[in-house]
Design a protein. Sequence first.
Length: 333
Amino acid sequence: MSSFLPRRRPEIAIDFGTANMRVLRRGDGLVFDEPSLCCVRGRHGMTSLLAAGSEAYAMVDRTPANLRIARPLCRGVLQDIDAAKRMLRYALAKSTGRRRWRAPAAIIGIPADATQAERSAMLTAGRDAGLGPVTLLTEPFAAAIGAGIVVDRPSGAMVVECGAGTTEVAIFSLGGPCGSGSVRIGGDTLNRALADRVHLRHKFLIGERSAEQLKLDYVSLREAGPAAPSDLPVSGRCLRTGMPKTISVAMHDLDLIVEQHVAQVVKVVRDVLARTAPDLSQDIHDAGIMLTGGGALVPLMRDMIAEGTGLKVVVADKPAHCVARGLESLLDA
């Protein structure tokens, strides 16, 4: 795997996700893991950073007019380069301290389908944030390594990386991609879809954090099996009265939204398989499909992909950390 690294050995690796940023330092492992969010103060283009990471997450949907929550990434790629620089500086200060005498070389994960402009924007953000030479590595490749797949052997392996902003499907053999596909949906998309369903069905508004919690509660109850409650409580504002309220949302009503979400992933998986060479197809038939990323824990994901392809589907151990584990392996290579 050393052939994928630059001449100067990287000192840190960054899993810059839509939902979370994770920083790993060679020899120390994970040193930073916080939400990819910034809270900035100011108007008319003159802004200053008030908070980032976990502190900024606590401010979501609670900011006055002079404050704004900035999200560096949307659907896996940069949408706010200034927020990306601020987030990177914040993470570097917390994870490497102030004793740095030179800009550290770094590996940063990026979606496989990122355009050249999106890649250039990430390199610019890294340079301006104080990083040294930056190597961009595709997230499905890092996820495959983090899931324990030996990517450089002459055998096909299929990974579905279910991130917060994008879901990517990739087939690897002999250390390189042999097929890929993606859809710009993920955990954040599902959050918005659940919030929209509650809005339309119950005339009830919930915030971003409440939508995320609704998804997490839904996952927990579905994992609990038939004995779990059939309704979920959610708090927000009733549009009929304009008053704060807590209502109950039926689990089967949320099932419809999750099924629609997963169906888009199944379609991409089937499309990639349909373009795969016969011998690689045989390898995947024997080995199955590996699910990584936090979205791999969404109920129905594994079952619907297995049903739609007829293949064995396995969820990686701690799937949300597969990209970070893969990057750490490359740091230590």
